[in-house]
Design a protein around this ligand. Sequence first.
Ligand SMILES: Cc1ncc(COP(=O)(O)O)c(C=O)c1O
Length: 439
Amino acid sequence: MYLHGTSKVNEKGHLEIGGMDTIELANKFGTPLYIYDVDLIRKRARGFKETFEQLGVKAQVAYASKAFSTVAMIQIVEQEGLSLDVVSGGELFTAMAADFPAERIHFHGNNKSREELEMALTHNVGCIVVDNFYELNLLQDIALSFEKKVKILLRVTPGIEAHTHDYILTGQEDSKFGFDLQNGQAEEALKISMESSCLDILGIHCHIGSQIFDTTGFILAAQKIFTKLYDWKTQLSYEPVVLNLGGGFGIRYTENDEPLPPSKYVSEIIKEVKIQAEEYGMEMPEIWIEPGRSLVGDSGTTIYKIGSSKDVPEVRKYLAIDGGMSDNIRPALYQANYEAVLANRVMEQPEETVSIAGKCCESGDMLIWDLPLPKADSDDLLAVFCTGAYGYSMANNYNRIPRPPVVFVEQGASTLVVRRETFEDMVRLDLPMNEKVKY
Ligand SMILES: Cc1ncc(COP(=O)(O)O)c(C=O)c1O
């Protein structure tokens, strides 16, 4: 059994996180319940940021808030001095509701609307990561009417795809995001941006994938980008101030995952960018990165109550929990794997192998297949580890199941930071039929 962050087993045999007994938290706040180990979030944030500081490299570590965006989370990001990446009006609104400094916000997205871009300019966000020609035109139009000069990065696709353990170099990049680096689109976008009186092009952005366990992909991406940057330096006299290499740093969901510590990802990226800058006789750019999952993933644990069970003799035993794909869609969406224990009997030895079913009306609503557990009864509590990223943020109301609350724990104290949805919330936006209309 692998325990993350401040998680430990207390004298009652209960899982404890941040000095709080998870059984007591479940009794107080109900289940399902997302619990976040705030100390671990801070540790991860510092792991990235301090490595840049120690190595004396100008940088911004921007938390990719899509992983988990709530006001309290954004407040932690601000306390830790990170920047913030948002991809929609809703994420930007959340950041503003948390009083996050707008100049440290980077606005992403492959189809930002006019309203979203206007919102970004109204709030004076630090930088817009421009994704395509449509946006380039739209943004100039809006910037002119706002009489503002807007800082931008151009998102490029360098022709590298990270498939977790290996990297595919694709000649023809097939992605909905960004300007292609190889076929001239990125250069075209750069020329338009350089000629524009209302755009200030800070540099280049790329993001090669997620759950990446080594540094090869980042190094390949940096090399490909620098080859192009050298062309642009010699032909267009353009040198970037910023190189943003995105997020995607892996975390340990199960024993099969072997991520590097944040400091290792950062130091290797810095090393390569320095090599490339020196080789091409260019200024060392500021390095920006965008960790999402690696800041919050292993900080989150979901506590469920076990209910019904079903034995299929000689085949398998199903244990059903009081949540499922409505609070964690990742297993159904892309076969994500998780580890789990009985939160109230952590030290007991596994006696059987069970499969954990959600309560939604979908056969695919299975949370974990083939999990070794002690013999569990209804009302035992299951703790599923590493649910902090893309769990709550992708949660939904399928079957009109209210979304669970979120509790932050730190140094023996707990704070409810998102309340549990109620049945009233399920119909809050519904409007009755107009009785006058006859069908
Ligand atoms: C542009 C960009 N940056 C950062 C991230 C964060 O990735 P991760 O959570 O894997 O670190 C993503 C994820 O989709 C992304 O698209």
